[in-house]
Write a protein that binds this ligand. Sequence first.
Ligand code: HEM
Length: 482
Amino acid sequence: ILVRRERKSAPKHPGPRGLPFIGNALQLPKSKGWLTFTKWTKIYNSPVIYANALGQELLIVNSRKDAEELLDNRAPISSDRPAVPLVQMIGWDNQTPIMHYGNLWRRHRKMLHQSLRKSAIEDYESLFAEKSVQFMHNLAQNPAEFMRHCKVYGVSIILDLVYGYDVGPNGNEFFSTSEEVFDRTNRALLPGRFAVNSFPVLQYLPRWFPGAGFHDFATEVREEANEMRGMPFNFAKKNWVNGVGKPSLVGTWLKDGEGGEEEDTIVGDMAVGIFGAGFETTATALMSLFLALTLYPEVQRKAQQEIVKVMGEHRLPSLKDRPHLPYLEAIYREILRWRPPLPLDLPHKMNEPDTYEGYFIPSGTLILANIWAMTRDESVYPEPEEFRPERFLNPDGTLNDSDDRVLAYGFGRRVCPGKYLASASVWLASTRIISFFDISKAKDAMGNEIEVTGEHTDDLISRPVDFQCSINLRRDLEDLNE
Ligand code: HEM
């Protein structure tokens, strides 16, 4: 009782006043939390906000400085993840992005680091090149489906790399099933969508009990998820055992391990974890590029001029050209600043109590880094809603390397391990899209431009709401055969 009393009376960061028992449960936003949390900084005059929902303590962090202090510098105590009952019921709680901090997680990260560290990315260059050429052909053949082509590009890179599996030029049935499964698991992760995540005790309600529909949801998704996890893993393992097919990360990880069922489970979990974490984020960044090019034609013109100036009219841009194309690099950084695919970082959980700026942070507190608010900090990014790559450039057109941390990849020990892979694949596709196509607002039957709202969806990975744009080839596709 004394510990509880002390904990209750210890000073906490400013935040909305809560009600007895339920705390701030009714004030927490039901949709696009990142927008409300950004406003709270002004309302409560603090970049760090304390809230409490039904006993779960939350620290919303709206500034980069505080996120770096709490999540980078105090990583040993702020790197856990919360348990999400519905995800446990689906059986996906041992995937890298979701799993608890500890020895198993360390094993995952060690293997991921070996395969995805900066110097390993060169090995995958031919894979990015092949898939981006396919992407350009898809765009030329069927421009109206550009959002789908972004997804196919993201998924085809990950599946080829992780499982040595080729989804073919337009994706296949497996791609549709996985899209559906990830969509549903992302929903299961969103706070507030399912009561069982807030009240874990509900998971013991019998299936027939009113309101226990989450059991059916979990069973249904679990079956699909198992199939989706098993099929490509078995494919990759069989190829590795028989020494046939393409190389894959699954094969590398199995080779490095000691074998056995436990190894299979770990490798299978890691593989599906990076599949889920990698394909939609990459696709979303590219969808945001289409949005930016539609809304900011002058950015596209400048980028095309840079490509022609540095590489001439006919050369195909490759990753080797990246250091010589600073404006294209600035576009890549600006896409992830302007529309971070995860506007609200995945929650980090404190596994020890701490104090910060004289305020008490109890063990178990969830830290929600609001990447959206950080990328809208007007003292660093004036007029933050404008898409302006120049903010990453010096007046002489070189990159201002003082700002080279891409906040969209998160913080601390849980920082995205796929960031180098994502950076290379997004940069290459963006540069080739800009080089081969002119993108502008679509026109209706009367010849009037169709307005684009620039809205994003209310999801964990928030992509542009479906929109139309006009995509016209400006170079000979033969140049792709270089
Ligand atoms: C533009 C693309 C991407 C963005 C914006 C992005 C962003 C993020 C963010 C914000 C996190 C959470 C970090 C934190 O907790 O602080 C994360 C985690 C993760 N990402 Fe990415 N990601 C991208 C692409 C990828 C790719 C391509 C892969 C794999 C090849 C990947 C694999 C992972 C994994 C495994 C985690 C979980 C790390 C952990 O919890 O230890 N991501 N990513």
